[in-house]
Write a protein that binds this ligand. Structure first.
Ligand code: NAP
Length: 336
């Protein structure tokens, strides 16, 4: 292993606002050796997730911050090149926290083996990976949609949101997406089968919600927070469920905007509940089986937005915050 050259990005400065290339150091070192129970993965694809911005902050979260000088944390998919654990053999594919680098030394018990027959490899980071599972457990377990109800999702054309709206349709609900720009809105209604889409960049969101949700919003799956959360809170139905999945509009803010219309929850006997997909780690197989079945049946469509080259990590990451991705944003690190 030590002969292998490992390119990597380490975090050297905590960003203020948007992350910049100068917050990272790009260097090449020798790949590490696997200890007992560990494997070495050759990283093929990296998942770019808005949560990575939160991991760069010093503050307390659901996992510790990335330490200064450490390899930037990221979920990756790779092929095992050396193994000291019987559960993974050289040649196997696996997904887990690899970090932004070419070769990762990871404990086998912290990796999920991936079946390359099920779908193309990058899909295991999207619809069959973290964002698909987030949509699946967040909507079904926290949102608990019932047939005939109206489900609204923000960040609807993104990796998580696009799956949420489609699962809502599979459950017999009405799906309304909120996304930025006409191309994304057209994609939602014409390709993914959403009943309606609201372009928050050009439309009056309040009026559009009233038009598309005449009986109010039964489930709101929120990926963006901020003003959009407030506008939807004002239109929730009685006993609505607001699923707090993410708040991307706030991740680069130095001061987080708190919801102003939260009393709407009281007035409507509604609830708002946050969740982290890792809470469901014991049930990932169940989620992947369901998502894979829907993909095979053509009930679920998935799309990846693939950018080539590990060296482009800092600029590619920013695409998430500029809305420049359509579908799951992935970096291709090496040839399969
Ligand atoms: P994504 O939706 O594929 O990409 C992010 C999208 O957010 C962008 O394409 C952009 O779409 C939208 N956006 C960016 N800045 C915005 C702003 N200021 N206001 C409104 N929309 C904005 O990313 P993803 O990986 O699926 O993540 C979506 C959300 O789910 C994030 O909040 C993430 O943190 C959360 N998440 C939570 C969990 C969990 O366990 N709770 C797990 C995974 C992801 P537009 O062009 O439409 O603006």
């Amino acid at each position: 292993m030590s002969r292998l050259q490992n390119r990597r990005f380490t975090l050297i400065k905590r960003p203020t606002g948007m992350a910049q290339r100068t917050d990272f150091e790009f260097s090449t070192v020798q790949a590490g050796e696997p200890g007992p129970g560990e494997v070495v993965l050759r990283v093929l694809y990296l998942s770019l997730d808005p949560a990575m911005r939160g991991w760069m902050n010093e503050s307390k979260s659901y996992i510790p911050p990335v330490g200064l000088g450490e390899v930037m944390r990221a979920i990756g998919l790779g092929q095992v090149v050396a193994s000291n654990d019987p559960s993974l053999r050289p040649g196997d594919f696996a997904r887990g926290l690899t970090g932004v680098q070419d070769y990762a030394v990871v404990a086998a018990q912290n990796l999920n083996k991936v079946d390359p027959q099920l779908a193309p490899l990058p899909r295991h980071l999207g619809a069959l990976g973290g964002t698909g599972l987030t949509a699946y457990f967040g909507l079904l377990e926290v949102g608990q949609p019932r047939p005939g109800e109206t489900v609204v999702v923000s960040g609807a054309a993104g990796a998580t949101g696009s799956v949420v709206g489609q699962i809502a349709k599979i459950q017999g609900c009405r799906a309304v997406g909120i996304a930025g720009g006409p191309a994304k809105c057209k994609y939602l209604t014409e390709e993914l089968g959403f009943d309606a889409a609201i372009d928050y960049k050009t439309e009056d969101v309040r009026a559009a919600l009233t038009r598309h949700c005449p009986n109010g919003v039964n489930v709101f799956f929120d990926n963006v927070g901020g003003e959009i959360l407030d506008l939807v809170l004002a239109q929730v139905a009685r006993r609505a469920r607001v699923v707090l999945c993410g708040a991307i509009s706030q991740y680069n803010a130095t001061e987080v905007r708190a919801p102003k219309n939260y009393l709407s929850l009281l007035i409507n006997s509604a609830r708002m509940e946050g969740f982290i997909v890792f809470n469901y780690a014991q049930r990932y197989d169940e989620g992947i089986q369901a998502l894979a079945r829907w993909l095979a049946e053509g009930k679920l469509k998935a799309r990846e937005d693939i950018v080539e080259g590990l060296e482009n990590f800092p600029e590619t990451f920013l695409k998430l915050f500029r809305g420049e991705n359509l579908g799951k944003l992935v970096i291709k690190v090496a040839e399969e």
